[in-house]
Design a protein around this ligand. Structure first.
Ligand SMILES: Cc1cc2nc3c(=O)[nH]c(=O)nc-3n(C[C@H](O)[C@H](O)[C@H](O)COP(=O)(O)OP(=O)(O)OC[C@H]3O[C@@H](n4cnc5c(N)ncnc54)[C@H](O)[C@@H]3O)c2cc1C
Length: 688
């Protein structure tokens, strides 16, 4: 009898929870309607979204390679032995991660390498899907195919592709990408490992000249790698003297373990970098080389070659140009990280919003408790984040499209655009996601801290996205430098990269004094006009750019260019972020305008407006300082963004559902799912 009561109590609770999950949509029959406003309890009108609109929106958000991703999900769903448990040792995690990769390639027959070579957009889709199984697996796959494989494809020539393609593809040749050294990470030109050509034996001799030059943090090195692409200074002895010429940093294929026995090869020392804050499925190691001889053919010679006689040839005239071309070929890793980081943000925001809809705390006197997402403070934490996930989704999709185009056309303008955009988006998106993960955890209270609910592993695994493939602070400086270069070109009448076009079109109008009349306009139509929003973002960027140029010129007289740059560094980072925000907003507006279904378009427009106004409000001090926005308008921006947050809250469930994440991705047994099973799982998990 007591058991029956208990069952009834649980059932009642489940019913209440599922109603609460979407209180506006329980009568699905009548929901053929579009997104619309309905009066609610005499307070503010609430938005609802119909079932058909939700489906259309989901269709619009779904990547065009969803079928390929489904193959990944289905494979891992059917393989419980390949699921990463919550508690696992470093060594077991590394072995599991390798088995996951082997399973994907050899059993599920999903071969990422062919896509790295031919259809990068498909490769990034697979990366997103495997990252949702375990982020370590995504990184392990990235090291094998994008870094080690990508270096062979992009820095090598036909002879290298012929020799290594098959082994990389089928995982017979697991490999590493050995660039970073103990003393040099961001400053790649400072690398000290050397590759000296020996004309007598027709070989290069690889050496680690001091402890600081030990290759460090190298993924796949500690346990599984058989080869490494090693970045080293190419030294050429001259014929008549003992002097050597330094030709700059080049990439070399160095076998590190025996193909049959897996024993470490002579002259090579391998150490384990040990347990890390996250990503423990990836075996990072350190490599030292003591006079390791490799054939001349192992130089990846696309941008520079050495003949049998020891003569250096290159189509590029200087060390700097060769270095830029070499690093330029490696931007795919950044594109992948930006794209995957949006995937992580979507997962975190989905878990946090679903939980916040279910969770009830406090309420008006003598009335039921309310959902925590009904608190304004909670909406303020999560709704702009949801809007950002949408904004980043469209921006990174566009980046992937541009990257694929670049790989096909090699058009110089597109190359420049992709380089700066991948640096900027990687830095901006990964920093934003890293901060958001903490907010999501905190907004789920104590349950957010249970390891099984994933925020801990997402946060720990994702954190390093801010550092590898280019430290974010360093990457943003590349964006700022590029903007300044473009700014200079504008005044010399040169052409501008595609993404920078707005500088040419509107710099002059942005730099004139703000219009005192429009500065006071505060109507909703005006504030929700994409022109106002984009103008505001671009005005800020243009002002920051112009003032940075003036300051740099002034300080370089006394401090030199390096000192002046450092004096203006915070200003330059703000400039880069501001530019990237402008690019993101422009892409979001385009995506809203291209959405074919009017109801989904209305929902997206709402989210886009929230993204834009929230960002303007965050930086309202800047706009007020120059009277771009008068006090009454600033107040109106704030009020409207709070109101939009409230409206987005009312369709938040549909908006996260539209991400269409598979169940296993958002699995979160402790009271964090929307379904009845979740509740019973919860009771089982904690043992009552
Ligand atoms: C888990 C993991 C996996 C990795 N995998 C690989 C791999 O497979 N292969 C590989 O080659 N490398 C790998 N790395 C190395 C990674 O690429 C480097 O850590 C990264 O490039 C940063 O270099 P660093 O650690 O030396 O940091 P540093 O360059 O020393 O930076 C330290 C701090 O100084 C700041 N800083 C540096 N320069 C400037 C500047 N000019 N202006 C302002 N601030 C500055 C940075 O913002 C940062 O906060 C990996 C690292 C980790 C942790």
């Amino acid at each position: 009898m007591a058991e029956e009561d208990e069952d009834q109590r649980i059932n009642r609770r489940i019913q209440r929870l599922s109603l609460h999950l979407n209180p506006y949509l329980h009568d699905e029959e009548e929901l053929g309607r579009v997104v619309e406003l309905v009066a609610c309890a005499g307070v503010r009108p609430k938005l609802i979204i119909s079932v058909s609109t939700a489906a259309q929106l989901s269709e619009y958000m779904r990547g065009k390679h969803r079928g390929l991703q489904d193959r990944v999900y289905e494979y891992f769903n059917g393989k419980p032995d390949l699921h990463t448990p919550v508690e696992i040792s470093k060594d077991d995690h590394r072995e599991l991660c390798m088995r996951q990769l082997m399973g994907l390639v050899r059993e599920a027959r999903i071969r990422p390498f062919v896509y790295v070579a031919q259809e990068p957009d498909k490769y990034f889709s697979i990366l997103e899907a495997v990252g949702s199984v375990d982020i370590s697996l995504g990184i392990k796959m990235g090291v094998q195919y994008s870094l080690w494989g990508g270096s062979v494809l992009n820095l090598g020539t036909k002879k290298h592709r012929d020799k290594y393609y098959e082994g990389i593809d089928n995982l017979d040749y697991p490999g590493c990408f050995a660039m970073t050294e103990l003393h040099h990470g961001s400053n790649v030109q400072g690398l000290q490992t050397v590759a000296t050509f020996d004309p007598l034996s027709d070989e290069f001799v690889i050496d680690t000249p001091n402890d600081g030059a030990i290759k460090w943090w190298i993924g796949n090195a500690a346990v599984h790698g058989k080869f490494a692409t090693v970045f080293a200074k190419l030294l050429l002895p001259t014929h008549d003297t003992k002097v050597v010429s330094d030709m700059g940093v080049h990439a070399f294929i160095v076998p590190i373990r025996d193909l049959e026995t897996h024993q470490t090869l002579p002259g090579i020392e391998i150490h384990d970098c040990g347990h890390k804050v996250g990503l423990n499925g990836v075996d990072n190691g350190a490599l030292r080389f003591r006079s390791v001889r490799i054939p001349r053919d192992n130089l990846l010679n696309r941008f520079g070659d050495v003949s049998r006689e020891g003569k250096y040839t290159s189509s590029l005239p200087s060390i700097n140009k060769r270095f830029a071309a070499t690093l330029g070929e490696l931007v795919g890793g950044r594109v992948g990280l930006a794209y995957s980081s949006v995937g992580v943000l979507k997962v975190a925001v989905t878990i946090a919003i679903r939980y916040s809809l279910l969770r009830q705390q406090f309420g008006p006197p003598k009335q039921p408790e309310i959902s925590i997402l009904d608190y304004q403070s909670h909406q303020h934490k999560l709704m702009p984040m949801l809007a950002s996930a949408y904004a980043f989704h469209f921006a990174t999709q566009d980046l992937v499209k541009k990257y694929s185009e670049m790989k096909k056309s090699h058009d110089e303008q597109v190359v420049g655009d992709v380089h700066a955009l991948s640096a900027g988006l990687k830095a901006y998106v990964t920093s934003y996601t890293a901060k958001s993960l903490s907010i999501c955890r905190e907004s789920c209270g104590g349950h957010g801290y249970a390891a099984v609910n994933r925020f801990g592993s997402l946060r720990n695994d994702h954190d390093i996205f801010q550092t590898f493939e280019g430290d974010n602070t360093v990457l943003l400086q590349q964006v700022a430098a590029d903007l300044l270069k473009q700014y200079q070109q504008k005044f010399q009448g040169g052409t501008l990269a595609v993404t920078w076009n707005y500088l040419r079109e509107s710099m002059n109008s942005y730099l004139s004094q703000p219009n005192p009349v429009t500065a006071r306009w505060e109507g909703e139509d005006h504030l929700r006009d994409p022109k106002f929003q984009l103008d505001a973002f671009r005005y800020r960027t243009s002002r920051l750019l112009q003032s940075a140029a003036v300051r740099l010129r002034k300080h370089s007289k006394n401090l030199g260019s390096f000192g002046a740059w450092n004096r203006c560094l915070n200003h330059l980072l703000t400039l880069a972020e501001s530019h990237i925000e402008s690019v993101i907003l422009a892409k979001f507006i385009e995506a809203v305008q291209s959405c074919p279904d009017p109801s989904s378009q209305a929902a997206l427009k709402l989210v886009c407006d929230l993204y834009a106004l929230d960002r303007i409000w965050n930086d309202i001090g800047t706009y007020r300082n120059v009277d771009y926005v008068a006090p009454n308008k600033a107040k109106a921006v704030h009020k409207l963004s709070e109101y939009l947050s409230f409206q987005v809250r009312n369709i938040a469930k549909e908006l996260v559902d539209a991400f269409d994440l598979p169940d296993h991705v958002i699995r979160a047994p402790i009271g964090m799912q929307s379904t009845a099973e979740a509740y019973s799982q919860y009771t089982q998990y904690v043992g009552f």
